[in-house]
Design a protein around this ligand. Structure first.
Ligand code: PHE
Length: 470
């Protein structure tokens, strides 16, 4: 069977940007940046994106395009031994499990969208509404809708499903984001928020902040999840990988920066005296507990209907971003199953979908409904739920490990000259360029080294309660 392909470089860029732009850019980044040095954080983050993440991104894309395989197939074909095949497995299981927790969060977003549209914003802004919402029965209705939509897109295949969804949703997302930024700028005290977001404070850039920023940049660009290997396997040979990679990284950064201009002015117009320490560390707290209050407060100005409209608009924006990310992450195991077992897309989607639904339901029950799941086990001095466990293992721990192994694999197993030859197709000026030297050198030396430090420190912090670095 001929491998499916994106119709053009732009198709790939939009699909990959759809994967990259998610809750991370829209919510986690603005909160992180404003608390940790404003423009100083932004500059450092941009540096990480282009000097550390971009080389990894190019490595993944080239590996995928060269092998025309999913991550498991790619590691098996080039690795030629059991150890590398196991790494391949890790690169398929990780996205599957991250997909499970991301699905749960996407369902919450969709629920908040549906409720704002149905005029229940005042309920969402209530003190315990999030806790009761995630434990409600209606959650499962929203879950069914989100799963239905995601799988319908995936069933369409690469061109008619993934690429088409990205071509429709991404431009809408950009327009909606800009419209919301313009709107919040008209609110009182908006400029206070812009100030907080953009005034640089270099002394806030501690080791801990750097570590967090790099982890965030990695996650935000969908690295080390096998996504770009998989999407890379659908890129045409004459497309320019470097140019496409730069565009994806740039778009993701741009959306993150614009979101800062949306979230912080909104926060400060709601309460000009707010202390940044009052903002929740987590994007979950921000989206589901804090923002609904801000939206509701708009009713003084524009009435309840207007406030509900703005809330719906915002949740729709976040939902689009989350949906395209969710699609990309589920495509990894789907593609692996299709390549590995030769089954049809429909069969792959059906069997993986079933497994995913079971795990997502278990996650959804682990927020207090079923005690055995909510207090599953304890480590690092904390009691953890099933959801926490999935998050800690796959997102926090295995992600940097996968990234590290990928760098070593590309440079020392696949070898630099093969990697360079692949990138050079569609980009004749790459060979001998400064970029080539930088990419080869960094991927073989300091990038895996930094990822190794992050990995060891994460294991020690999360599972043993001891932070080795700070
Ligand atoms: N880039 C996404 C974000 O910022 C992260 C992600 C990508 C999550 C792909 C899941 C799948 O939210």
């Amino acid at each position: 069977m001929k491998r499916e392909q994106f119709s053009s470089s732009l198709g790939f860029v939009l699909a990959a940007a759809g994967s990259a732009v998610g809750i991370g850019n829209l919510v986690a980044f603005p909160v992180m940046a404003s608390k940790n040095g404003g423009a100083a954080f932004l500059i450092m983050y941009a540096f990480f994106v282009f000097f550390i993440c971009l080389p990894v991104m190019l490595a993944e894309m080239s590996l995928g395009r060269h092998t025309r395989q999913n991550p498991l197939g790619a590691y098996t074909e080039i690795g030629q031994n059991r150890a590398w095949r196991s790494v391949g497995w890790l690169s398929v299981i990780t996205p599957f499990m991250i997909g499970v927790f991301y699905l749960v969060i996407t369902v919450w977003i969709f629920g908040y969208l549906a409720k704002s549209v149905m005029g229940q914003l005042n309920e969402l802004a209530g003190p315990d509404s999030f806790g009761s919402f995630i434990n409600s029965n209606e959650l499962f209705i929203y879950m069914a809708v989100v799963i239905g939509l995601t799988f319908a897109i995936l069933q369409g295949g690469v061109k008619q499903g993934i690429e088409k969804a990205a071509r429709v949703l991404m431009p809408m997302l950009f327009v909606m984001l800009i419209a919301l930024v313009i709107y919040v700028f008209t609110l009182d005290n908006a400029m206070l928020g812009v100030k907080f977001f953009l005034i640089p404070e270099f002394d806030k850039l501690t080791g801990k902040v750097l570590n967090g920023a790099l982890a965030q940049a990695f996650f935000s660009l969908s690295l080390a999840m096998g996504i770009l290997i998989t999407y890379g396997s659908y890129i045409q040979k004459n497309n320019n990988i470097v140019q496409a990679g730069k565009m994806v990284a740039g778009l993701s950064l741009l959306v993150a920066a614009c979101s800062g201009l949306l979230i912080l002015p909104a926060v400060f117009s709601f309460n000009p005296d707010i202390q940044l320490s009052e903002l929740s560390e987590s994007s979950i707290g921000m989206i589901f507990m804090f923002l609904p209050k801000i939206f509701l407060a708009l009713q003084a100005d524009i009435g309840y209907f207007g406030a509900s409209f703005i809330a719906s608009f915002f949740f729709l924006l976040v939902f689009f971003a989350a949906l395209t990310s969710l699609v990309s992450i589920i495509e990894v195991p789907v593609c692996s199953l299709m390549d590995g077992k030769g089954v049809s897309r429909r069969t792959a989607l059906f069997s993986l979908g079933l497994a995913m639904i079971v795990l997502a339901v278990i996650c959804a029950l682990s927020f207090g409904r079923v005690e055995a799941l909510s207090e599953l086990l304890s480590y690092g001095g904390k009691t953890k739920s099933f959801f926490d466990l999935v998050y800690d293992i796959f997102y926090e721990t295995i992600l940097p490990l996968n990234g590290l192994l990928l760098c070593l694999f590309v440079i020392y197993r696949w070898k630099k000259h093969n990697f360079d030859a692949e990138i050079s197709q569609g980009n004749s000026s790459f060979a001998g360029s400064l970029l080539q030297k930088y990419v080869n050198f960094s991927l073989g030396t300091f990038i895996p080294f930094i990822l190794a430090i992050i990995f060891v420190n994460t294991v020690s912090t999360i599972f043993f309660g001891r932070n080795l670095l700070f």
